[in-house]
Ligand binder design. Structure first.
Ligand SMILES: Nc1ncnc2c1ncn2[C@@H]1O[C@H](COP(=O)(O)OP(=O)(O)OP(=O)(O)O)[C@@H](O)[C@H]1O
Ligand SMILES: [Mg+2]
Length: 476
């Protein structure tokens, strides 16, 4: 048995499902004295081996006995699991045995049929979650650095693509562009569905295609435009829009000719200059990216990877703001199907007010977010309360661990004890996807090019590096 495994205590009518959350030695009265006595005896009289009644064997057995601390998770009666755990089985007449995750899953109604295989449980049996468990839900993947979070996000993404779903990924480390490929660079099946967008290159917007609402939200939130100037801006915009003349060039001349206070004009110009020089907007029709086209061109789902590496923090915020508001607008008008959003380290580009928006309003319209972070404290407690699924990897810091333990939906004892002992590549899955029965999963490797690895200075093995000075090898 390992921490995280399940046990079932059976009585004729019903059985109690338990989960092991901690393991320790059985402490019986006087055991320490006994151990000390034996140590002294064996040290002082090494020749004495005769033990006709085999007392040492029993004593060794007792000394090695472990006690498993468990939490009751529910009751199985008539083959069905209910979360009720308000009874105690008989100590003498009940039977305790291991309950495999497979059998546990058999006792609850399945959530869906589109399985995404994640890895293995109980050592060797395959484990999958239904894609439906992410649908309409908020998910968090967290754990310490390099624990395998992005790896797991890619597995989920591949699973969603295989089921013809649409995803948008805010990619900070340029690691999702190759998600459709095998390690050798060939297509892993859905490679053609992945589109990488680099802001300022493939990703440029025209003012007309973005629309007034996203632009005003960008001006007020990312560029902090005051209310009075914003009202003037809306008037200018509407005038140009009515004349069908929306473009950067016409906006500039309209601001110049607009009759308004000089301060307001300055404010308008300052924002206009930011917008015009950030490289995200264009007047040329064949340079602009149309989000709706992506959906209509990829009928069987796809992944839109928005590459945010090498993009300035302000531009990052603007790109994210524009994409999100465009998504919501298209969803509201029912022009596109719901979308899964993968957001790595979202606190780096998501303004504060957007968090709640994502988990409330946007979720209702059909943006289902998977937050990936190695800083669990970057996500507010309020958000955790709304989260449906949590994938937890190991944490090295106790404060992170405590925070996550408190925030997650399972009892904090379990989370703390299990997460602390999680080996690499294993994660604890909590929440809706596993019907609130925490499961420890050994995550599968994936056949994809290694990416997102931290760039290193020392790349060569020591022998070669010694032969060639670092400055020469570096550029090669
Ligand atoms: N289940 C797994 N099987 C095999 N390799 C894995 C597994 N999980 C992660 N890895 C590998 O471990 C390395 C780190 O994983 P990954 O980049 O997913 O970590 P991360 O938690 O996203 O790290 P960071 O905090 O730096 O973003 C990668 O090279 C990845 O391929
Ligand atoms: Mg990562």
């Amino acid at each position: 048995m390992r921490v995280g495994d399940y046990l079932v205590v059976s009585e004729p009518q019903r059985s109690l499902v338990l989960q092991v959350y901690d393991e320790r030695y059985l402490d019986v009265e006087g055991i320490e004295e006994e151990i000390a006595r034996e140590e002294v005896l064996s040290a002082s009289a090494p020749g004495v081996t005769s033990d006709p009644t085999e007392l040492t064997t029993i004593s060794t057995l007792i000394r090695d006995m472990r006690i498993l601390l468990c939490k009751a998770r529910g009751t199985i009666s008539d083959g069905r699991l209910t979360p009720r755990a308000n009874w105690m089985p008989s100590r003498t007449s009940s039977a305790v045995k291991r309950l495999m995750i497979e059998d546990l899953a058999g006792a609850v109604a399945p959530l869906g049929v589109r399985d995404i295989r994640l890895g293995t449980v109980d050592g060797e049996s395959a484990f999958a979650i239904p894609a439906e468990a992410l649908d309409g839900r908020i998910t968090v993947i967290t754990g310490r650095k390099e624990s395998g979070k992005s790896h797991l996000a890619k597995i989920l993404l591949r699973g969603l693509m295989a089921n013809e779903a649409y995803s948008v990924i805010f990619d900070l480390n340029d690691e999702y562009g190759t998600v459709g490929m095998r390690e050798d660079g060939s297509d892993a099946g859905d490679g053609r569905k992945v589109k990488v967008l680099r802001p300022g290159r493939e990703l440029k917007f025209s003012l007309a295609s973005v629309g007034l609402r996203p632009i005003t939200s960008l001006l007020s939130h990312s560029l902090e435009m005051p209310g009075t100037s914003l009202r003037e801006f809306v008037k200018i915009w509407e005038q140009l829009d009515n004349r069908d003349e929306l473009s950067l060039a016409s906006l500039e001349s309209a601001i110049q000719q607009w009759r308004c206070n000089e301060f307001v004009r300055d404010a308008l110009f300052a924002r206009y200059n930011t917008i015009a020089s950030c490289g995200l907007f264009t007047d040329s029709p064949h340079q602009q990216f149309d989000l709706q086209d992506f959906f209509s061109l990829n009928r069987s789902g796809g992944a839109l990877v928005v590459s945010l590496s090498g993009v300035s923090p302000l531009n990052r915020k603007m790109v994210v703001e524009l994409i999100l508001s465009k998504l919501v607008e298209l969803l509201e008008r029912r022009k596109i199907p719901p979308v899964f959003l993968f957001a790595e380290e979202a606190h780096l580009y998501l303004r504060d007010t957007y968090w709640e928006d994502l988990i409330t309003r946007m979720r209702h319209f059909g943006v289902f977010t998977v937050f990936v972070t190695n800083q669990p404290d970057a996500i507010d407690q309020k958000i955790y309360r709304q989260v449906d699924n949590i994938f937890l990897y190991n944490f090295s810091s106790d404060s992170d661990l405590n925070l996550v333990a408190q925030a997650s939906m399972a009892d904090s004892d379990t989370v703390r004890a299990i997460v602390r002992t999680l080996p690499p590549r294993m994660c604890l899955l909590l929440g809706y996807a596993v019907r609130n029965l925490p499961v420890v999963v050994g995550v599968d490797p994936i056949d994809a090019p290694a990416s997102g690895l931290t760039r290193r200075f020392f790349r060569e093995p020591l022998a070669r590096a010694a032969a060639e000075p670092a400055s020469q090898t570096y550029g090669s």
